[in-house]
Design a protein around this ligand. Structure first.
Ligand code: ADP
Ligand code: MG
Length: 248
């Protein structure tokens, strides 16, 4: 079954294209890495899939439907900088946001919503911090909370923009274990990621992007030094890293 279908997607800012003519067909039950240099359009692609940005050309279908009809089924973790961490709100209130799609306009969270928030906070090992103001969280704790909010939404698609940035190794491992659990439940997970050394370990498939789509496919096939070099446009440091990756 096709979970996400993107056809000829072009998105521009002030008439300047950030991504051009992107085509993707994503199935269920896989973990997919979105890779490319800074400014390649990775975040734009994710926001485009979510319908957060107007597209110049193209069509997006999620479960064969327009995105607007299935937003409940898509959980999104934005890049950390795009969130106001100074906002006066506590941990469990942020996680409860994941339940909003289920709560009617003038309704309030019910017992089940509270139970789910409690459960996901335990899952990400943040139950002791439920009343902590989010401005007082460490980088690793912030990402745990983001993940908890996404889990609380009980979605089928998870779009995660750099979930491991500013995160300690222990948290990265814990988060990745939970992502693997989602995959086992046949969920579809797209992760913007920049640490090339983890790609083979983490991802079933990769999307290599640099404004246009450079490659999309199984990691073994699409994550080759040639295609990585192409996506990263010959940046020396990255090139060297890519060479090292393929030494063994
Ligand atoms: P990535 O996530 O791969 O680093 P982005 O998708 O954030 O890349 O950005 C792609 C391009 O679009 C970059 O050149 C960036 O400067 C530009 N861009 C991103 N957001 C905006 C915006 N809100 N207004 C204008 N240009 C933007
Ligand atoms: Mg980005």
């Amino acid at each position: 079954m096709t979970v996400i279908s993107v056809k000829n997607l072009t998105i521009s800012y002030n008439k300047k294209p950030a991504i051009k003519g992107i085509n993707l067909e994503v199935g269920e039950g896989s973990i997919i890495g979105i890779l490319g240099p800074n400014g390649a359009g990775k975040s734009t692609l994710i926001k485009g899939i979510l319908g957060l940005l107007p597209s110049e050309t193209g069509e997006i279908r999620i479960f064969e439907k327009p995105v607007k009809e299935v937003l409940k089924r898509i959980a999104y973790i934005p890049q950390k900088e795009q969130f106001d961490w100074d906002f006066p709100i506590n941990v469990s209130e942020v996680v409860m946001m994941g339940r909003y799609p289920y709560i009617s306009l003038f309704g309030r969270p019910d017992e089940n919503d509270h139970l789910i928030v409690k459960e996901v906070l335990e899952k990400v090992e943040m139950a002791d911090n439920q009343f902590t103001q989010i401005r007082n969280l460490s980088g690793g704790q912030q990402q745990r909370i983001f993940l908890a909010r996404a889990l609380a939404q009980e979605s089928d698609i998870y779009l995660l923009d750099e979930p491991f940035v500013g995160v300690d190794a222990k948290t990265e491992k814990a988060i990745f274990e939970l992502i693997k659990e989602l995959k086992e439940k046949n969920k579809t997970i797209l992760i913007v990621h920049h640490d090339l050394s983890k790609v083979k370990e983490y991802f079933d498939k990769v999307i290599l992007i640099n404004q246009t789509l450079v490659a999309f496919g199984d990691t073994d096939i699409a994550f080759t030094s040639e295609l990585i070099n192409k996506a990263y446009g010959g940046r020396l440091t990255i090139l060297q890293k890519a060479e090292q990756l393929f030494k063994n």
